[in-house]
Design a protein around this ligand. Structure first.
Ligand SMILES: Cc1ncc(COP(=O)(O)O)c(C=O)c1O
Length: 363
């Protein structure tokens, strides 16, 4: 059985003593482990101004708020994503406006984003779907031209780069997820990265009820109500112990992804998602586009290999259906989409077997 996604834990002999120290050390809530994780993660992934959060969803909620998204505002977004990207917009009372995606990547199409802008648009939320970077040069230019915020949902894209620059550094705010099956997990958790350090103070307060850490509880004054979105020392210690080896895990996703890109370049009935010349995906999932995705999926599953579409286009949910328009790019992409395993657990023999099965089933 080759799974599509897999939980990766640090070596037991390294993690368990550190975890035990934290669990029985008297300080399990937000503290030094969290702040050390923030510093180390920021340095390793080249990110400015980061805050560790209890989830990627919490980080995204705060990202929208610090970028000024308020009830009634429009946020241009993608339906080709996991649900939290868009339920978070609803949670604020803002209005998701679905722009179409590129049929060969599933990522927001800049031309469709530009068409969707109205005087009520406050932000664009872009997802680097499955770990393939979106066209950030075009999206940054659109956001700047219209004076609106650009928020990067990098939940799938840890370690991906665009023209040598890490994802998460081009948007005004960006988020990462450390939920169970992402490239890297802290059991649950997320990271918020902010371009403008002046937004850190509000983000910190929104992370913790609206309170300011370090001010005595009897004196502190809440001026903006916040949430309970802070990371704790226990999950932070899991995150910290992932960092020494996460580079090699991501490198294996990339190596397998590039192997498939070469192997499927000439396969009748199946093709790789498009990778732009300056784009370095981190291939959380490998995106294959098939003439008959169901037949290829059935052949892989029959051989004990998990392959699926994994996500449901969000506008198919009742709560998001009212915001859907015509999206021919998404329809084309989703009809042909099949994710196949490409993570650190996929061996050279596994990936060759996957190529052989796809080649046979896709023709
Ligand atoms: C694209 C995307 N955005 C946001 C999230 C939210 O992350 P989390 O599960 O850490 O809250 C996820 C993961 O579930 C995701 O896949």
């Amino acid at each position: 059985m080759i799974p599509l996604v897999k939980v990766r834990m640090p070596p037991r002999e390294q993690l368990m003593p550190a975890l035990e120290r934290v669990l029985y050390g008297g300080m399990i809530a937000e503290g030094e482990e969290v702040y050390a994780f923030e510093r180390e993660f920021a340095e390793q992934f080249g990110l400015p101004n980061v805050l560790a959060m209890s989830s990627g969803t919490g980080a995204l909620h705060v990202a929208f708020l610090v970028c000024g998204v308020s009830p009634g505002d429009e946020v241009i977004t993608t339906a080709m994503t996991a649900e939290p990207t868009n339920t978070t917009i609803l949670q604020i009372g803002a209005r998701p406006v679905f722009a179409d995606v590129e049929p060969d990547t599933g990522n927001l199409a800049p031309a469709a984003v530009e068409r969707a802008i109205t005087p009520a648009t406050k932000a664009i939320c872009v997802v680097h779907y499955a770990g393939y970077p979106a066209d950030m040069t075009a999206l940054r230019a659109i956001a700047d031209r219209h004076g609106i915020a650009l928020i990067e949902d990098c939940a799938h894209a840890l370690g991906a780069r665009i023209a040598g620059v890490p994802v998460g550094t081009i948007g005004d705010a960006a988020i990462f997820s450390f939920q169970a099956i992402k490239h890297m997990t802290s059991v649950d958790g997320g990271m918020l990265a902010l371009r403008d350090p002046a937004r850190l103070d509000l983000a910190r307060r929104l992370r913790w009820f609206g309170l300011r850490k370090g001010v005595p509880r009897t004196e502190v004054d809440i001026t903006t109500p916040g949430f309970k979105y802070n990371m704790n020392n226990v999950t932070a210690v899991v995150g910290r112990h992932q960092l020494p080896t996460i580079g090699e895990a991501i490198a294996r996703h990339i190596e397998n992804g590039r192997f498939y890109d070469r192997a499927f370049a000439q396969t009748p009935g199946a093709m790789p998602a498009h990778v732009a010349a300056d784009s370095e995906p981190s291939y959380w999932l490998y995106t294959l586009l098939c003439d008959d995705a169901a037949a290829v999926e059935a052949a892989l599953v029959e051989a004990g290999i998990t392959a699926s579409k994994l996500h449901r286009p969000n506008h198919l949910h009742s709560v998001l259906a009212p915001y859907a328009g015509s999206m021919p790019g998404l329809d084309h992409f989703y009809g042909r989409l099949l994710h196949v395993p490409c993570g650190w657990w996929v061996s050279d023999a596994d990936r060759q077997r996957i190529v052989d099965i796809v080649t046979e089933a896709a023709r």
